[in-house]
Design a protein around this ligand. Structure first.
Ligand SMILES: [Zn+2]
Length: 197
């Protein structure tokens, strides 16, 4: 909403769409979580019951609502039954940053790897090494990919387990894939989406 000042902000506005925390209160129709539980939620609330959700595309839920303003003391989460996942216990403070990543970037990276049908022994390419891209690399590794090539704008990227990387700047050198190899890739996509080779 305030990305690089592109949109004027006329009033104090909490930012952020990543969240996890303790449930303080629930609505009358909520059944799956209760006060006192630690929960993690997606930045797109979903009912988890419509045909799109049933097909595994909760981000395309027919009743989806964006959950923004999460960097605040309290947050109202719609469609709580379909959106929130409770942990078995209240986690220790040191785990919370990791759990917070599940609210957005880890889920997005994993979704990309899943959508690209990453399988054991496959080679994958991840375009971009921001938070989502790096967690796409991590997801591909966990799903058994044998070769993972990360595309980066940085000369010495944090690869999160990638087996090779390719900079989009010719000035960079390092553990890059050779250009002929890169040209041999068959399918790529932008914005952290993975594709099979
Ligand atoms: Zn749905």
């Amino acid at each position: 909403m305030a990305y690089r000042g592109a949109n004027p902000i006329t009033a104090p506005t909490p930012m952020g769409h990543e969240y996890c925390g303790i449930v303080e209160e629930i609505g009358r129709e909520v059944r799956s979580v209760k006060p006192g539980q630690f929960v993690i939620g997606s930045f797109f609330a979903s009912d988890n019951t419509c045909p799109d959700c049933r097909a595994g595309y909760q981000s395309g839920c027919q009743h989806a609502e964006f959950v923004g303003g999460a960097q605040a003391p309290r947050l109202r989460v719609p469609l709580a039954d379909g959106t929130l996942v409770a942990t078995s216990d209240v986690p220790s403070m040191d785990l919370i940053p990791n759990l917070l990543a599940l609210s957005d970037v880890m889920g997005t990276g994993r979704f990309a790897a899943d959508a690209a049908s990453v399988k054991h022994g496959k080679t994958v390419v991840v375009v971009g090494d921001g938070a989502v891209g790096l967690l796409g690399v991590l997801s591909a590794k966990r799903m058994g990919a044998e070769r993972i090539i990360a595309m980066s704008r940085h000369p010495a990227p944090s690869t999160a387990g990638a087996t090779g990387w390719l900079s989009n700047s010719s000035r960079h050198d390092g553990r890059r894939c050779s250009l002929p190899h890169w040209r041999a890739t068959q399918r790529i996509a932008l914005n952290g989406v993975l594709r099979r080779l």
